[in-house]
Design a protein around this ligand. Structure first.
Ligand code: AMP
Length: 196
């Protein structure tokens, strides 16, 4: 009878432990769900789509954000409050550099006026130094916007690409058309109106 009593007691203890465990697991599941919801909200905010009345989409954090934040190394040429410039890791020619605003935007027209102005000033300084350091007097400034326009890193950047005497540098396909007078007049009017 004592043995039967022991077994009953142990069964009771085990039952209580199982209840405790179920309670703990339920709590963990609930916390995970809450965390998942928080993360989904953050992803939504980071993506930014549909949240801004001006339609500007903040760029997703790219490799350039990690360079700006010092998480991955670069051959830094210049840095100020708004801009960083460093050597391109796959250069088209010796001295190929990138001038990058710290503001996280994918395309040029999405930059704030302050960031755009800072890029302009930094570009001139970096170009001057690259000409002096590499001896290449000729160079191209290239700025791609969007995948169809050859943008690979979706964070605004300007390439400064020296054109050396050996022919290295940017190759350009320039399939020019002809602008008609009426078309030019109408187009210029619509762009001026968009600026107003
Ligand atoms: P784009 O096609 O205009 O987006 O050019 C992106 C440029 O970024 C390419 O020329 C790449 O070689 C350059 N690039 C990508 N990752 C790095 C990096 N970690 N450091 C320096 N340049 C990079």
């Amino acid at each position: 009878r004592r043995q039967a009593g022991d077994v009953a007691g142990r069964a009771k203890v085990l039952g209580e432990r199982a209840r405790d465990l179920r309670g703990k697991l339920a709590g963990r599941h609930e916390r995970r769900q809450q965390l998942g919801q928080r993360q989904r909200v953050q992803v939504g905010r980071r993506d930014g789509r549909g949240h801004r009345p001006d339609g500007i989409q903040p760029a997703m954090a790219s490799i350039f954000t990690r360079i700006i934040q010092g998480e991955i190394p670069c051959h830094r040429l210049y840095e100020d409050e708004h801009v960083i410039a460093f050597l391109d890791i796959m250069p088209l020619s010796r001295g190929h550099a990138l001038v990058v605003p710290k503001e996280e935007r994918a395309k040029l027209h999405e930059l704030s006026p302050a960031a755009a102005a800072a890029c302009g000033a930094a570009l001139q300084r970096v170009a001057k130094a690259i000409v002096a350091a590499t001896g290449a007097e000729d160079y191209n400034v290239l700025q791609n916007n969007g995948a169809a326009a050859h943008q690979a890193v979706m964070h605004v950047h300007f390439h400064v690409i020296p054109k050396h005497a050996d022919g290295t540098g940017l190759g350009i396909g320039w399939n020019a058309g002809k602008l008609g007078t009426d078309e030019g007049k109408a187009l210029a009017e619509s762009v001026r109106a968009a600026m107003a």
